[in-house]
Each structure stands twice: as structure tokens, then as C-alpha cells.
Design a protein around this ligand. Structure first.
Ligand code: ADP
Length: 159
């Protein structure tokens, strides 16, 4: 069985993330969406909330599970018996960072492969930071994130 992992901050998840996860679920027997707990960037949502949002929105994908991890990604990949890291590419500017990460992860763990999936054009401009910025400035994030995420975001911003 080939298991892949879709890692990220998911703070919060967007429709772009769903797009990548759905693509990964068609390519692999099993997919683990892995929420990075120790992100430096002072997250808006706790790891538990980020996991809960992903679980709700991935419920229609029977071969997809959601988890969170601390520490090195490659250690977690090996720990759960996955073979491949799936990352989304939106625009050329993603490439430099992703290339650096892929090489670093290969150096740390040569048996783990990184695979890139291009997002649908519709979501190529979309990121968690843009979504947060819109919400914090009082704009509508409808169509950019699932409805349940939009509601959580609105509640969080009001706090
Ligand atoms: P990280 O902080 O690790 O980059 P993110 O939550 O921002 O985590 O992203 C997780 C993964 O989802 C990354 O591979 C990223 O390239 C991808 N991704 C983020 N937004 C989109 C989008 N709009 N379309 C496709 N992939 C995306």
C-alpha cells in the first residue's frame, strides 16, 4: 500500500488545500494530511482546531486521514510508514522554497520522495495568509474556504 503525506500549517485550510488533498487521494492508496504543530508563525488556530477543520472537510474522502506532528517531517513520514510527501505548487515563487525543502528532506531521508501537484488555476492565488488578511480586514472569504471554516474564521476574528 502506498501512503503519502500532505503536510502543512493549514492555518486555516483553504479550498486550495482541499484541491491538493483530493488530487493526492486519487494518486495514492492512502493519504495522511499532517498538521505541523510547531509552526513559528504564531498561528491563528490551535493545532486541534486545524485538525478538526480538515477532518470535517475530508470526511468525503475514505482514504484520507488527518493527524498532527511535531519535529522533523521526515521522521514523522517514516514513523507512519509513508513513502511520499505531496506538496502543492501554485506559482513560480513557490518553487524556490519547495525545491530547497525537497532537497533538504532527501538529504535527511533519501528513501522519502517529494511529489509536486499543481493546483487548479482557480486557486493559484489562494493562501492561508491571504484568507486571514481578508478576514481580519472585514472582507468576505466566501468561495475561498469551506463554509464551516469561514464561520470559524469570522468567530476567531471577532475575539
Ligand atoms: P506550509 O506552511 O507548510 O507551506 P501551508 O498550509 O501554507 O503550509 O500549505 C500546505 C501545502 O498546501 C503546501 O504544499 C502548499 O504549497 C499547498 N497549498 C497552499 N495553498 C494552496 C493552494 N491555493 N493551491 C494548492 N496548494 C496549496
Amino acid at each position: 500500500m502506498r501512503r503519502s503525506i500532505v503536510p502543512g500549517s493549514f492555518d486555516p485550510m483553504t479550498n486550495g488545500h482541499i484541491d491538493i488533498i483530493e488530487r493526492a487521494s486519487r494518486l495514492f492508496d492512502a493519504v495522511t494530511v499532517a498538521v505541523a504543530r510547531n509552526i513559528g508563525k504564531n498561528p491563528l488556530f490551535s493545532a486541534e482546531e486545524r485538525v478538526a477543520m480538515l477532518q470535517e472537510e475530508c470526511a468525503h474522502l475514505p482514504n484520507v486521514g488527518v493527524d498532527s506532528f511535531d519535529g522533523l517531517l521526515v521522521d514523522y513520514v517514516t514513523h507512519i510508514g509513508a513513502t511520499t510527501i505531496v506538496r502543492g505548487l501554485r506559482v513560480v515563487s513557490d518553487f524556490e522554497y519547495e525545491l530547497q525543502m525537497a532537497h533538504t528532506n532527501r538529504h535527511l531521508s533519501p528513501e522519502v520522495e517529494t511529489v509536486f501537484v499543481m493546483t487548479t488555476t482557480e486557486y493559484s492565488f489562494l493562501s492561508s495568509s491571504i484568507v486571514k488578511e481578508i478576514a481580519l480586514l472585514g472582507g468576505s472569504v466566501e468561495g475561498l474556504v469551506p463554509d464551516s471554516v469561514r464561520q470559524r474564521l469570522e468567530r476567531q476574528v471577532r475575539k
